[in-house]
Write a protein that binds this ligand. Structure first.
Ligand code: FAD
Length: 416
């Protein structure tokens, strides 16, 4: 069929891409080894936030680095084996922790974050799952009075990009969240922030809509992708052929691209979550970042979800949820939690490129192959907008924004 295309990977980015291609008249086949949103897009904190454009490897990282090197903080932990194996990635990641790169990446990511909520709303309207969204802002709370410096670097970028921030006294924090234990001294509310109550179900429902609208969803593992006679051959549990291919395989994207002759400097930042029952009638109204303690607490359908910081370890190495274990007592200090639910501890791997910007581009050496991955900490929110931009590019339309900051040649090289 002339307008047919295959999308490999059905997380937030792949499903967003499939829906936007479908909207443009493409006959889309969406492939995943599991059900849609079973991996990284399943277990995140569910935040859709206009202000998440400042990269983690910003130039202030150097101040915290000596602390992180102790390898016992809830914010960052690392495995030495991983550091040695992924040294080229780590070196580039640290090289980008300078002011120039921070400003460039912030400007680029701002373009994704600013439109993220509108793009989700549009998909929610299409899928009929608007009930999953609440728009009560994102609350950052501090246990000491050294809270958010609205005149500092983040504050000045927030002003530059028109991000709504309200500084809060302790009393104002408790007015917003009366169930919190009285341990916080100050806070601020990011008013342009929303959250969803079940990120995995949200994306699954988008995928169901894609199928209801005539898309094909295949659950099959693809071991290798090659290109021959103008066809992509996807081999695994079954052999499939595609004339056009989009790679949206999140943290597996480098593996998928390898047999096509590409080497990609893609790293992972692992993270964990666990669900808890609230005590009695305690209610958390919005997602909360306990900044000093280093975790996020999000009200979800399954309970209160506690998510952990960054673990630099091999993507598939066994779970070592030390950071989660470290922050759970701190979460009990903050909120009346009853105990964990029966859900197991979840682990995921944020796909991260060294400049903390995703790739949204055509493949350098294949006319009919495109790619979108590397959405690090913001892939749940920016999946739909990424999908729209990529669908515009593939369909030969003018893209809503200039995609130069997201070009593949930054980190995708041809293997010699
Ligand atoms: C603890 C934590 C908290 C987070 N909080 C937030 C947040 O609040 N807001 C936010 O926006 N982001 C958040 N993120 C980041 C976000 O979850 C990721 O950026 C996003 O899910 C990445 O989406 P993706 O579609 O690229 O990858 P994935 O969701 O991992 O999807 C990739 C898909 O490709 C499939 N696949 C891979 N290889 C193959 C193959 N060979 N054959 C078939 N299928 C294949 C996989 O099965 C998978 O479904 C968080 C992440 C973590 C870990």
């Amino acid at each position: 069929m002339e307008r047919s295309i295959t999308v490999l990977g059905a997380g937030s980015v792949g499903v967003g891409t499939a829906l936007h291609l479908q909207q443009r008249g493409w006959q889309v086949t969406l492939i995943d080894k599991a059900k849609p949103a079973s991996e990284t897009s399943f277990g995140n904190a569910g935040v859709i936030n206009a202000s998440s454009f400042i990269p983690y490897n910003n130039h202030h990282l150097w101040k915290s680095l000596p602390h992180y090197l102790l390898n016992n903080t809830p914010q960052v932990r690392y495995s030495w084996a991983h550091v040695v194996k992924e040294f080229p990635w780590l070196l580039q990641f640290l090289k980008h922790a300078n002011k120039k790169a921070t400003l460039e990446t912030s400007a680029a990511l701002n373009q994704l974050c600013a439109g993220a909520l509108d793009e989700h709303r549009a998909l929610m309207q299409r899928a009929g799952n608007m009930h999953r969204l609440s728009e009560r802002g994102w609350l950052k709370v501090f246990r000491t009075t050294e809270g958010f410096d609205t005149n500092g670097f983040d504050g000045s970028l927030y002003k530059q990009y028109g991000i709504g921030v309200e500084a809060l006294s302790a009393d104002e924090v408790y007015d917003l969240e009366p169930s919190l234990n009285r341990i916080f001294r100050a806070g601020f509310l990011l008013t342009d922030s929303a959250q969803v109550n079940n990120p995995g179900e949200l994306i699954k429902e988008y995928a169901q809509q894609f199928v209801a609208d005539g898309g094909t969803l295949l659950q099959t593992n693809i071991n290798t992708v090659t290109h021959k006679n103008d066809q992509f051959i996807l081999e695994g549990e079954q052999t499939l052929h595609a004339t056009r291919l989009v790679i949206t395989a999140g943290p597996w994207s480098a593996d998928v691209l390898q047999p096509l002759g590409y080497k990609v400097l893609l790293g992972v930042e692992r993270g964990y979550h666990q669900h808890f029952h609230p005590q009695g009638d305690a209610v958390l109204n919005r997602t909360l970042h306990d900044v000093d303690a280093g975790y996020i607490m999000a009200p979800m359908e399954a309970g209160i979800r506690i998510t952990s910081g960054v673990e630099l370890a091999q993507r598939d190495a066994p779970s070592t949820p030390k950071q989660l274990k470290q922050v759970i007592p701190r979460a009990y200090e903050a909120f009346p939690l009853e105990g964990p639910t029966k859900d197991p501890i979840w682990r995921g791997a944020r796909p991260t490129l060294p400049d903390s910007r995703p790739i949204i581009d055509k493949a350098p050496a294949h006319e009919k192959c495109w790619m979108a991955f590397g959405h690090q900490h913001i892939g749940l929110m920016s999946g739909p907008i990424t999908g729209k931009l990529l669908a515009q590019l593939i369909s030969g339309e003018k893209t809503d924004i200039d995609l130069t900051p997201f070009r593949a040649s930054r980190w995708v090289k041809l293997r010699s």
